[in-house]
Design a protein around this ligand. Sequence first.
Ligand code: FES
Ligand code: FES
Length: 161
Amino acid sequence: MIEVTMKVNGREITRTVPGRRLLVEFLREDLRLTGTHVGCDTSQCGACTVHLNGRSVKSCTVLAAACDGAEVTTIEGITPTEGLHPMQQAFADTHGLQCGYCTPGMIMTALSLVRPGGGMPDREELRELLHGNLCRCTGYQNILAAIEKGAEMMHRGECDA
Ligand code: FES
Ligand code: FES
């Protein structure tokens, strides 16, 4: 067992974990942050995407023990107490989800693609950059539109993020 201390959604947390515990298991089972989903056991789907030290990662590919001293942000961490983050709102407005299973991971990846100052990759680059996030429902068109709209709303200052 290994003691780890990390900041999760701004809160410092210390726990003892088995060396093989995955970050996604730690978040979902130990911290009950169940907005981070598990959609595969092959590291392909991206439903488990979170931010680790400011970069999007698939949390099923990271050991919790390796996150000692790290900062982790999950979908719960970007959701305001009231209402939605603009990227979440854009997904709702643009029908960027159907069952919603992939959505937390899509949103965490999308947020990592919004450049400081509000710039975004163009549509073709966006398609390429999203290749690690799979959606079984939407056909992706509305997800792309949602991400572009979310980035624009963030740029206009319609959120604190
Ligand atoms: S659960 Fe992590 S990539 Fe599918
Ligand atoms: S909305 Fe169902 S998997 Fe993406």
